[in-house]
Design a protein around this ligand. Structure first.
Ligand SMILES: Cc1ncc(COP(=O)(O)O)c(C=O)c1O
Length: 495
């Protein structure tokens, strides 16, 4: 990308107050870059995470509203001393918590550029708008999802992308039933039903609640050992129809949050198309796993989804926030969201509307630049290699767990999330759940590794999510040691 506008309008202003401000900005920004690089360089040798010292915590919480302006140098000093060192921990290669990655370096640079431009990415002939269209197409191409212009947009994350997709699904299902939800709300609307696997992320339920479908209208998708019980699902759909409800939505995960399991997407797609349901795939964590040829076949059916959610701020390492909603038919979103008041008229009548016509936000940040930069800095092959490596490490961790008598695997990893439990030798079985529940915090406080917990198969379970490009075998070994030592310590405590 190179070039500039052909017409210079005025000479650059090189004197006066603005010039002084920019000089101060240049110097403060250089100093900040030094701090940021020092921080990134020091990360691997520091604790993964430690509680913020009490004094600093109170200082941050009790900061008075400043009466007088601070200089940029003051702000850089505060950020470098009081903020940067006390991070969440996801920059460290021994961070295995939730689904959080370190930021890509390209994404950090792009974030500065995007902030310097500060556009509202809605419509118009400016670089940010065109780049978002390209980035959305790239994301679709990366995961093999069909794409036509308008068929997706960037969001703040997977949760909002899910709401965007479900608004499309709701509108389509109710329109087919002769109900105009945008005009009439849900008054007089038939009850929509959503079929959702038990392991679906909570954002699915939250979106259904928010859109007035209600969690009471969720039916569990019968999955036995990862296989779809099609007959039971179809019977449940038929019973709902007979009861006067409108079966509308079928959800599958391309990588569950608890154990990284890929649902039987092909079988789900078959039922959705046979029954006329909107098929939604949650690929927020796992969709990029399709780039690993060893498991790509497990994703078959994802490309048939009516909507697919991706989170570039997860496996790709785009700095938060960057989610993405992709849909087969752009008009499903435009029908749900398009509303152009006179004060926002812009390119009306264009075949592909403004971004605000396809989602929730009017003023939209320039998420595309950090996403573009992150993808461009690695290329498809670099991203694929990182995905393959993460999945390999997950299998390596699973093997370590299996060879450690005081640990047990909860599920064989399919992607880069490993669910497991501890069973310290001296721990009475009745206390195992308590020990597993308390373990993440105990491990986190020791500062050498970071892991989080969940409930899986009805039992307290640990889950290690491997997404950091620098994670290696040594970090897996540290995790196992930390878990076993902390578990023994907890087991030895009198309840
Ligand atoms: C499988 C899955 N879906 C959806 C989400 C929600 O995405 P976000 O946190 O970006 O809103 C997550 C977050 O971890 C997730 O793991």
């Amino acid at each position: 990308m190179a070039g500039c506008f052909t017409c210079a309008v005025s000479e650059a202003d090189t004197s006066g107050a603005r010039d002084d401000e920019l000089r101060a900005f240049r110097s403060a920004a250089h100093a900040l870059v030094e701090s940021v690089v020092d921080h990134l360089a020091a990360l691997p040798s520091r604790p993964v995470w430690q509680p913020i010292p009490d004094g600093l915590k109170s200082r941050l919480l009790d900061l008075p509203l400043p009466a007088q302006p601070a200089t940029l140098d003051d702000l850089v000093a505060a950020m470098s001393g009081d903020v940067l060192p006390y991070a969440m921990g996801n920059g460290h290669p021994a961070f295995f918590g939730w689904v959080n990655t370190p930021p890509s370096l390209a994404g950090i640079i792009a974030s500065l550029t995007a902030a310097a431009m500060n556009p509202s990415v809605v419509a118009g002939d400016h670089a940010d708008v065109h780049l978002e269209r390209t980035v959305v197409r790239w994301l679709a191409e990366l995961v093999g999802f069909p794409h036509t212009p308008g068929g997706g947009l960037l969001t703040s994350g997977g949760s909002v992308a899910t709401i965007v997709c479900f608004a499309g699904a709701r509108g389509r299902a109710l329109a087919a039933a002769g109900h105009d939800v945008r005009r009439d709300g849900l008054v007089g609307a038939p009850q929509l039903i959503a079929y959702v696997p038990a392991e679906a992320h909570s954002c699915v339920r939250r979106a259904l609640e928010l859109l007035g479908v209600g969690s009471g209208a969720m039916r569990e998708v019968p999955l036995e050992g990862g296989r779809l019980d099609t007959a039971t699902l179809c019977a449940s759909i038929a019973a709902d129809r007979e009861g006067g409800a409108v079966p509308a939505l079928l959800v599958g995960s391309a990588g569950t949050v608890n154990a990284g399991v890929i649902d039987p997407l092909e079988a789900l797609a078959d039922v959705a198309s046979a029954e006329g349901l909107w098929f939604h795939v949650d690929g927020a964590y796992g969709a990029f796993g399709v780039l690993d040829t060893a498991i790509a076949a497990r994703y078959r059916g994802m490309e048939r989804a009516d909507s697919l959610v991706l989170d570039p701020h997860k496996w790709l390492g785009v700095p938060v926030d960057a989610g993405c909603a992709l849909v087969q038919r752009a008009d499903d979103l435009r029908d749900a969201f398009s509303l152009i008041p006179p004060y926002l008229r812009q390119g009306t009548g264009a075949p592909v509307g403004t971004f605000a016509e396809y989602g929730l936000e009017q003023t939209r940040p320039f998420r595309a630049l950090k996403t573009w930069a992150t993808i461009a800095a690695r290329g498809r092959s670099g991203i694929a290699a990182q995905v393959v490596r993460a999945n390999e490490l997950a299998r390596e961790l699973a093997a370590l767990i299996e060879s450690e008598p005081e640990l047990e695997l909860a599920a064989v990893p399919e992607t880069s999330i490993v669910a497991f439990r501890t069973r310290p030798a001296r721990c009475p079985p009745a206390r195992l759940d308590d020990v597993n529940r308390a373990l993440p915090e105990a491990v986190q406080a020791r500062g050498r590794a970071f892991v989080t917990g969940t409930i899986f198969d009805g039992r307290e379970t640990l889950r290690a999510c491997i997404l950091h490009p620098d994670t290696g075998s040594e970090h897996l070994a540290t995790l196992v040691t930390e878990i076993t030592e902390a578990a023994r310590m907890l087991a030895a405590q009198v309840p």
